[in-house]
Design a protein around this ligand. Structure first.
Ligand code: ADP
Ligand code: MG
Length: 352
């Protein structure tokens, strides 16, 4: 065992890069770690390198720089790639990749050939029970719904008692109306089995619902690794702020120790010097509107979202800011309003 790693760290990436074509890294300088039992979500837009990170961890792609450590063992470095079958990593691919010519039970048993027959049978049975697939064990993949296929793929991966489970967009092939329940079931299953998991998704709601911590990837680089709450309320970059929810960026300038903007003053938390141009990131949940008789600030549009109304508000400068109001607060387009902004959640970035 490597003495440098704290015991509970299962996975650690140290400044990892991976390039499919020399000189064009798909991921660069990626560092993060996962603790035992943790669910870590890799979040980012399509093409940002999420699957590549998983393939590196699984041992399917070599690294062009950096190191991957699994359970205290160096498994990837330049000129070192411990083969996938020696890593005890479970992977569920986006399209599940079940063996079409094997029934559910045989798919699950596939990686258990080394076990004695009784042990193997018991292990398959335990996995069928855990994933709610009892009664479907003799079905073939094409005879299963998307959700059942996903559970069969999970059962196959978990049967081998992996040290870490890698899930690539596990809900992308499911009907949207199923995903809420499936997320909850998967979360319960991972917690119950204390499975250390890296879950890849492009959907911030999914990451918020599932993750202990979220790592946000953009164009092959990590922008922030943090709790869901910190990612949402204190994003490290404008990209993160924008990617994980509606955000408006209001220009301002630092004067006498505060940030002056057209919608009022904000604290200069970062301590920028006078004269520095900044943008204040504000979420709709922190902006409230009060109808008034007369104001140059007006409602541009209202989007009904069930539990809330999302208003777009036009400012005198032409800039738009959004406000989330209770679904019962209905005001017509064109209504002059006054803004109340809760300054506690605002985040400052340097203007570019
Ligand atoms: P994501 O999973 O976030 O959508 P990927 O990791 O699949 O992103 O891809 C990251 C980048 O690497 C993309 O630009 C993609 O086109 C490229 N890429 C992925 N797989 C290959 C491959 N086998 N050969 C060449 N380029 C690839
Ligand atoms: Mg992908």
């Amino acid at each position: 065992m490597d003495k440098e790693l704290p015991e509970q760290t299962v996975l650690e990436l140290r400044k990892v890069s991976c390039a499919y074509q020399a000189g064009h890294p798909a991921i660069s300088d990626i560092s993060f770690s996962a603790r035992e039992g943790e669910i870590l979500c890799l979040l980012g837009p399509s093409g940002c390198g999420k699957t590549t990170v998983l393939r590196v961890i699984a041992g399917f792609e070599p690294v062009s720089a950096g190191e991957v450590w699994l359970s205290g063992r160096l498994v990837s470095a330049v000129r070192l790639t411990v083969p996938a079958e020696q890593r005890r990593v479970g992977m569920v691919f986006q399209e599940y990749a079940l063996f079409p010519h094997l029934c559910v039970a045989d798919n699950i048993a596939f990686g258990l050939r080394r076990l004695m027959r009784d042990r193997r049978r018991a292990q398959v049975q335990a996995m069928l029970e855990m994933t709610g697939l009892i009664g479907l064990e003799r079905r073939y993949p094409h005879e299963l719904s998307g959700g059942q296929q996903q559970r069969a793929a999970l059962a196959r991966a978990l049967a081998q008692k992996p040290v870490i489970l890698l899930l690539d967009e596990p809900f992308s092939n499911l009907d949207p109306d199923m995903t809420g329940k499936m997320r909850q079931d998967l979360h319960d299953l991972l917690r119950q089995t204390r499975t250390t998991t890296i879950l890849v998704t492009h959907d911030h709601d999914e990451a918020f619902a599932m993750a202990d911590r979220i790592a946000v990837l953009n164009q092959g680089r990590l922008e922030q690794v943090d709790t869901p709450e910190a990612i949402y309320h204190t994003p490290a970059t404008p990209f993160v702020a924008d990617f994980v929810g509606q955000a408006d960026f209001i220009p301002g300038v630092v004067q006498n120790g505060v940030v002056r903007t057209e919608i009022g003053e904000f604290p200069n938390q970062v301590g920028y010097e006078n004269g520095v141009k900044v943008v204040v990131m504000i979420r709709p949940d922190d902006v409230h509107i009060m109808p008034v008789k007369d104001s140059p600030v007006r409602i541009l549009s209202r989007q009904f979202r069930g539990s809330e109304n999302l208003y777009a508000i036009g400012l005198p400068s032409g800039q738009t800011i959004h406000s989330s109001e209770a679904s019962t607060h209905v005001y017509p387009v064109g209504t002059p309003v006054e803004l109340r902004v809760a300054a506690t959640h605002t985040v400052l970035f340097l203007a570019r």
